[in-house]
Design a protein around this ligand. Structure first.
Ligand code: BGC
Ligand code: BGC
Length: 828
């Protein structure tokens, strides 16, 4: 039975499921959950374990901070607790507002170039540092630091070593290797002069529909708890050592506190509806480990606990983290997360600081936050003592990290040593991680390992596609929009196979759709999810929707029918329902998002090493099987948590049911394959009177073909009145999507140009439609969500309305929320 609508009912039991045997047996039943009727969002810190960081407060440092704080101006203090994104702040701003830090979001790069060379990053690091240290003799000198998402290696930088995303690392169960990964990442960061990473993510992922599932190490806390300390030590160094936080090391961040992976239905930035005991026992253990390893900053989650935003939760931020856990580093918020706190806006949120936050991540809102905070301290809304405490924490970390004595970023150890980026040593660590992270799910007739001396065909849209094997948070936020040439130090899976086969005297050929002239001895088909990040990866179910333009399943079936044994290599950020693909292949490898080292995959396929990866997440038997976690009552996965074959195991698998059922699909898709999704439908008519059946006097609608039969809709306006085509459905909250780059994107062909102005969501799109009509081609039109007018963004029931009083004829093949492509209609 699937417990829909009761997402986290299994939590209390799963908390007892540590050390679940590798066979994935269900843990023995635990005591019934004794949750109160009304879930509270106020924690009782006394019921949390008391922990202590091994880092002792240093009286000398504390004395220096006291002296500094006495000399700092109020503006300078406020500047320490605000950070802006490099896309919205200049070195001059940093000088003028005396900001204590800057950061870059996934889409922010020097000069706005997603593939800016490493030297540009270093130069910009110098520029910000210079601006923060320019000498005003009347004020103390407090250098700024720079934070970045080095989440799977220094992954914003061209040429950096790209490690597997955390989901794959979770499969390794190898804390020692995690430490090495942290060390390598820190050195590569130092090359570019950046001193602080927003990593590790130590989320415990309870619902794989979550678009950030791949950022977590597993579905129960054991893996993250065993990794957090190792990774923090790798990044920051060993507490007490001379090079702790310095030299080859950086400042780390444990994120996102707390329960980010426990939100209802796996909705990003959603609400974790769990008891305090569940919150503590399931999600907190990795934080305890990180603190015990000396982590110096913690990022607060966007999400809510029992309906209340974490960023404003004093009982957890101050009560648990600072008081109960004795954490003396600083708490940083997530990207404009303060704006979501009850009663706050992006430019005004004393509530967060009063709750215990120390540093606002205020990408484009930094100036407003700076001004309102200044005002509120003056007015006494924010007590000076709270401001001083936040400043003290930030300065403490800066002192510990040697920031006051350090030279310019470019003059520090490792800076400018560009050959460290993707160096052979570093890549060897990543290749080892790939080898350890692959999980073998099926191996009928012991097909694997293959013989390298054989004739091997490589197919699938993931075969020669480094961006796809690297996933989100790679050069760009979503990991999309890159070119093969952006990955000079990476080997695609195809290249890895080719190298291995050629070296053994075999023959390898690449054919994305699996065509061949001479029948190969075996085919390797590489396919899977395309890159995504955060809420853009949220799904309504866990069925795999193949985004490839070639039909991967048909390719596999064709090969099999021709008598060619098929090895499936599946790239994904989470386990997904892939029964048809399991049936169509002889061997099936879950390769996750392996990063830059395609050779690591070849190593296992050809037997240089055996598989040892074990599932960090349970694998679904049905498309609607989410949440699915070990320890759940009635736990019934296809492959249990901890499952993973070696080539010595018997790997046959009986044929699986292929019925997909009625599914909703991707949450960000509004219309695809000829149909509105997620319970939406089209209505037509005048804005005042919309109906399912169009009135032919006003507007007509019928199915049309683009790539397949009836995969599109053709809508024609008659010009007789102001007529609207609207897509309606359950109201959705798009506040978050609107706070960023996300747009409403429509794939369409304009069959007859508009004869009067056309409004899309209240924005004039006439010029764009006219241009598309002239081109006679399929194209796109996109409007950023923040530009849509008329509807409150937290309750959008009509995400699309297209209105004109003239003639217009167009065919739409897809509508979705996505990063804006070229041709976006902006509202600025
Ligand atoms: C993400 C964080 C990230 C931050 C800065 C946020 O949207 O949730 O994980 O560190 O942006 O890029
Ligand atoms: C991400 C940033 C990204 C931004 C784009 C945020 O949620 O964390 O890294 O650049 O959205 O709007």
């Amino acid at each position: 039975m699937i417990r829909r609508g009761a997402p986290l009912a299994g939590l209390a039991m799963a908390a007892f499921a540590f050390g679940v045997p590798a066979s994935g047996q269900t843990a023995s039943p635990a005591p019934a959950d004794t949750s109160p009727a009304t879930p509270s969002s106020v924690a009782n810190p006394a019921t949390w374990p008391a922990i202590r960081s091994p880092v002792r407060e240093d009286p000398a440092i504390e004395g220096k901070i006291t002296q500094l704080i006495a000399r700092m101006s109020l503006e300078q203090k406020v500047g320490q607790i605000v950070q802006g994104d490099i896309a919205s702040i200049t070195p001059d701003d940093v000088r003028k507002y005396q900001l204590g830090s800057v950061f870059n979001g996934g889409n922010s790069d020097p000069g706005g170039k997603y593939n800016a060379p490493a030297k540009d990053w270093l130069a910009l690091a110098d520029a910000f540092w210079d601006a923060s240290t320019s000498d005003d003799p009347n004020l103390p000198r407090i250098p700024a630091i720079w934070g970045i998402d080095a989440v799977h290696g220094h992954s914003n930088i061209v040429g950096a070593t790209l490690f597997p995303h955390n989901v794959g690392l979770g499969a390794m169960r190898d804390p020692a290797l995690m430490r090495r990964i942290g060390e390598v990442t820190a050195v590569e960061m130092r090359v570019t002069g950046i001193d602080w990473t927003f990593a590790p993510t130590i989320a415990v992922v309870r619902d794989d529909r979550w678009g950030r599932s791949y950022e977590g190490f597993g579905e129960v806390p054991e893996i993250a708890a065993s990794y957090a300390g190792a990774l923090v030590k790798g990044l920051q160094g060993k507490v007490g050592a001379r090079d702790w936080l310095k030299g080859p090391h950086v400042i780390a961040t444990a994120k996102h506190f707390l329960g980010d992976g426990g939100t209802r239905d796996g909705k990003d930035q959603g609400n974790a509806q769990v008891t305090e005991a569940q919150l503590r026992d399931l999600f907190a253990p990795p934080y305890e480990a990180a603190i015990k390893a000396g982590v110096q900053s913690i990022m607060i989650s966007f999400s809510s606990w029992n309906g209340r935003k974490m960023t404003g939760n004093r009982s957890l931020l101050t009560g648990v983290v600072k008081d109960r856990w004795n954490f003396d580093g600083f708490l940083v918020s997530d990207w404009n997360a303060h704006a979501q706190v009850e009663g706050c806006t992006a430019s005004d949120c004393p509530q967060a600081i009063l709750a215990g936050l120390d540093l606002y991540m205020a990408p484009d809102s930094w100036k407003g936050i700076w001004e309102s905070t200044l005002r509120e301290v003056k007015a006494g809304t924010i007590p000076m003592s709270r401001l001083d405490d936040a400043v003290r924490r930030i300065l403490r970390v800066k002192f510990r990290a040697g920031i006051f004595d350090a030279k310019r970023p470019s003059e520090r150890a490792y800076a400018g040593q560009y050959d460290q980026l993707g160096s052979p040593d570093h890549r060897a660590v990543a290749r080892q991680a790939v080898r350890e992270s692959l999980v073998l799910l099926k191996n009928a007739g012991s097909l694997l390992p293959l013989k390298a001396g054989a004739n091997i065909l490589v197919a699938g849209d993931g075969a020669d596609n480094v961006a796809k094997q690297a996933g989100g948070w790679t050069l760009s936020w979503q990991g999309t929009g890159t070119l093969p040439s952006d990955f000079p130090n990476a080997t695609s899976i195809w290249r890895g196979i080719e190298n291995e086969v050629k070296a053994a005297g075999g023959k390898a050929s690449l054919s994305v759709d699996g065509q061949f002239a001479t029948k190969p001895d075996a085919a390797i088909v590489v396919f899977g999810e395309n890159p995504y990040a955060e809420f853009q990866g949220d799904r309504s179910d866990v069925a795999f929707d193949d985004p490839a333009t070639v039909d991967t399943l048909a390719t596999m079936k064709r090969l099999k029918a021709a008598g060619v044994p098929v090895v499936a290599v599946f790239l994904s950020g989470r386990p997904l329902w892939v029964n048809p693909y399991l049936n169509a292949s002889d061997a099936f490898v879950a390769a996750w998002l392996p990063g830059s080292e395609g050779e690591g995959i070849a190593d296992l396929l050809f037997g240089k090493a055996d598989f040892r990866g074990k599932l960090p997440f349970s694998w679904p038997k049905r498309p609607d099987q989410a949440p699915l976690n070990v320890g759940d009552p009635g736990y019934d996965p296809l492959f249990a948590y901890g499952f993973g074959l070696t080539t010595r195991d018997k790997g046959d698998l009986a044929a699986l049911p292929e019925d997909r059922g009625t599914l909703k699909g991707d949450r960000n898709v509004l219309f695809a394959r000829g149909k509105p999704t997620n319970g939406r439908r089209f209505l037509f008519g005048t804005e005042a009177a919309l109906a399912a059946d169009p009135d032919p006097a006003l507007i007509s609608a019928r199915s049309a073909d683009r790539g397949a039969q009836e995969d599109s809709i053709r809508i024609a306006w008659t010009g007789k009145a102001s007529a609207t085509a609207a897509l309606i459905g359950e109201p959705v909250d798009l506040t978050r999507e609107a706070n960023g780059d996300v747009a409403l994107v429509i794939d369409l062909k304009v069959d007859a140009a508009p004869t009067a102005p056309v409004l899309l969501g209240g924005r004039d799109v006439t010029a764009r439609l006219t241009a598309l009509a002239a081109s006679k081609q399929w194209g796109q039109i996109a409007v950023p969500l923040r530009c849509l007018v008329g509807t409150p963004l937290d309750r959008v029931a009509q995400p699309l309305t297209l209105t004109t009083a003239g003639h217009l004829d167009l065919t739409v093949s897809a509508i979705r929320f996505a990063s804006p492509p070229e041709g976006v209609v902006d509202c600025r």
